[in-house]
Design a protein around this ligand. Structure first.
Ligand SMILES: C[S@@+](CC[C@H](N)C(=O)[O-])C[C@H]1O[C@@H](n2cnc3c(N)ncnc32)[C@H](O)[C@@H]1O
Length: 230
């Protein structure tokens, strides 16, 4: 059974009405983080730049850097991926669009990285179809929602990524092994999952071919979902 069908059978329509509350909670959580820690990895809830970069390495395995491409960065935070691309792929021709729920994040991203081919928008989904979309950390923090309602939202976010991507999208999740480390994080719930239901959902419901990457030294995994629409 697909995730969508499973959740539909357990009151998903009622949960759907709560999406805007969940998004609002996530937005205020991250806006508070960046207000406290500034445009730094801690300001987007990462421990340091090394782990932030390690996530980018996995997500960008989706992309063919030998040709120009457009890129949606959903949940771009303060735009750290722009700095990473400038350092690690200085020759790449990338039309970049960063999208984030939080105006506080987008304002900082604009101040630091706005340039021709580098744009930022407040929002929750890609407003255009790009060659690729990446999303680092958007599935992790469920502020005040049930696990079931969060999973309906995860399915919607994956469907949004699919709609916004011509060749494919990549996204990371926290594994169940990280749950113990989160014991002191209440009231924020860290959403921990195994890869299988989301691989199945991307393959069966979204029509993608999925590659799963793990074993990169963190309690996380990354899905590379190839759609092949162009
Ligand atoms: C863990 S932070 C990571 C930021 C950035 N990707 C990085 O790695 O530096 C997650 C960011 O995603 C944003 N976010 C969460 N869910 C989102 C959604 N559905 N659409 C857009 N932004 C979202 C949050 O506001 C936050 O800035």
């Amino acid at each position: 059974m697909s995730i969508a069908a499973e959740t539909a059978g357990s009151g998903a329509e009622g949960d759907r009405a709560r999406f805007s509350d969940l998004y609002a909670n996530v937005e205020s959580y991250y806006s508070a983080r960046v207000a406290k820690h500034g445009a730094t990895p801690r300001g987007v809830d990462w421990s340091c730049q090394a782990t932030q970069d390690l996530r980018f390495v996995q997500l960008l395995k989706l992309c063919d850097f030998s040709a120009p491409f457009s890129l949606n960065d959903i949940g771009c935070g303060y735009g750290a991926l722009c700095a990473y691309l400038a350092r690690r792929h200085p020759q790449a021709a990338i039309d970049y669009l960063g999208i984030d729920l939080s105006l506080a994040m987008i304002s900082r991203a604009r101040r630091r990285f706005s340039a021709p081919g580098r744009r930022f928008k407040v929002g929750k989904a890609g407003p255009r179809r790009a060659t690729y979309s990446v999303a680092s950390g958007i599935m992790n923090v469920n502020v005040g929602g049930s696990r079931a309602s969060w999973e309906v939202l995860v399915a919607e976010m994956l469907a949004d990524l699919r709609r916004a991507s011509l060749r494919g999208f990549s996204v990371n999740f926290v594994t169940e092994a990280a749950a113990a480390a989160d014991a002191n994080a209440a009231p924020v719930q860290l959403y921990c999952t195994s890869p299988e239901p989301w691989i199945r959902y991307c393959e069966r419901d979204l029509g993608c071919a999925v590659e799963m990457i793990d074993g990169y030294g963190m309690n996380e995994f990354t899905l590379l979902a190839r759609c092949g629409d162009c």
